[in-house]
Design a protein. Structure first.
Length: 145
């Protein structure tokens, strides 16, 4: 049987990162520590995003991510094959945690928005499920963790 993490929409959640406020601006940071959801192995970001752009459209077998709108805002819709939920990200210190096994779709990007992603693994195309029917097949027998 094809490997695919068992996760539900309910396992996706908003994470607020620390904020250090100074007169000259605010610092938010993410680092590996024992309380972190995962060790960060990769950081990537999307920018120059046209307003009508749609991103994502895939699940990961195992890779976990935290998606952040470090500038502007956009929507992230998560789907476990049974339920969907849409999160609007619009704060530079707020991230959405998505475990493996969840389909994600990003849209409604505001002008100048920047989408920063913290990922639990390096880029690995073999970890992607890009075919929605295959995703539904892999998701068929999900039960609550
Ligand atoms: P993809 O993850 O499908 O983009 P999104 O989910 O943001 O719509 O990646 C788009 C392309 O970029 C794809 O060809 C793989 C490549 N890519 C890398 O080479 N390294 C990476 O870390 C990422 C995220 C993508």
């Amino acid at each position: 049987m094809d490997n695919h993490s068992i996760a539900l929409v309910d396992h996706c959640r908003i994470i607020d990162l620390p904020r250090i406020r100074h007169n000259g601006g605010t610092i938010t940071f993410a680092q590996n520590d024992p309380n972190a959801l995962f060790d960060i192995k990769r950081v990537y970001y999307l920018y120059d995003i046209p307003g009508d752009s749609e991103r994502g459209g895939h699940s990961h077998r195992d890779i976990q991510v935290i998606i952040m709108a470090v500038s502007g805002c956009f929507d992230v819709t998560v789907n476990d094959g049974h339920n969907t939920r849409t999160f609007t990200l619009n704060r530079p210190y707020r991230g959405l945690y998505i475990p493996g096994g969840i389909w994600r779709h990003l849209d409604n990007f505001s002008s100048g928005s920047v989408c920063l992603v913290l990922a639990s693994e390096k880029y690995d195309e073999a970890d992607y499920v890009r075919d929605y029917d295959q995703f539904l097949e892999l998701s068929k027998n999900k039960v609550s963790l």
